[in-house]
Design a protein around this ligand. Structure first.
Ligand SMILES: [Zn+2]
Length: 160
């Protein structure tokens, strides 16, 4: 099968994932291999590289991200969204365009990152927290987020 994506330099952001063909909104871009799942108590035993490339699963467990997903850069206006191991196109994507996703979709731990995405809505930083997204985006991204975040969303919305 022809590859859907290529990994190459994305300038200041380091490596990035780029479209090797065009995609329509809703298309599956790629499915990522599942990485090893670790408990938060074991994170300190991982290599520095793996420690920087963890995916939240819930408050206790993480997955060590595998390529190409591990190289997908954050954007405050992304063109893709992960659901489980699969990345889907949020809009039409041209060949050679960089594939980006919004890390806040699965953001649990409120880490603050410097953001170099350069999009119109970018504040220059990003807080990895689903609930820092606008109410509209929270609603749009809800089907894609983690179970723990969906439950928290339900809790917050049942109070009113
Ligand atoms: Zn940004």
């Amino acid at each position: 099968m022809k590859q859907n994506t290529i990994i190459k330099s994305a300038g200041r952001k380091g490596k990035g994932v780029f479209a090797a063909k065009s995609f329509k909104k809703g298309d599956l871009i790629f499915r990522n291999k599942k990485g090893r799942v670790v408990n938060k108590n074991d994170i300190s035993k991982l290599s520095k590289y793996d420690q920087k490339h963890l995916n939240e699963i819930d408050n206790e467990t993480f997955e060590i991200m595998q390529p190409p997903g591990v190289f997908v850069n954050h954007s405050c206006e992304p063109n893709s969204i992960p659901k489980g191991q699969s990345f889907f196109a949020l809009k039409s994507i041209q060949k050679c365009e960089e594939i980006t996703s919004d890390y806040r979709v699965t953001g649990l731990f409120k880490n603050k990152w410097k953001c170099r995405c350069g999009t119109k809505n970018c504040k220059g930083y990003m807080v990895s927290d689903f609930f820092s997204l606008t109410p509209k985006l929270q609603k749009n991204y809800l089907p894609y987020t983690l179970k723990v975040i969906r439950e928290e969303y339900k809790r917050r919305h049942s109070k009113s």
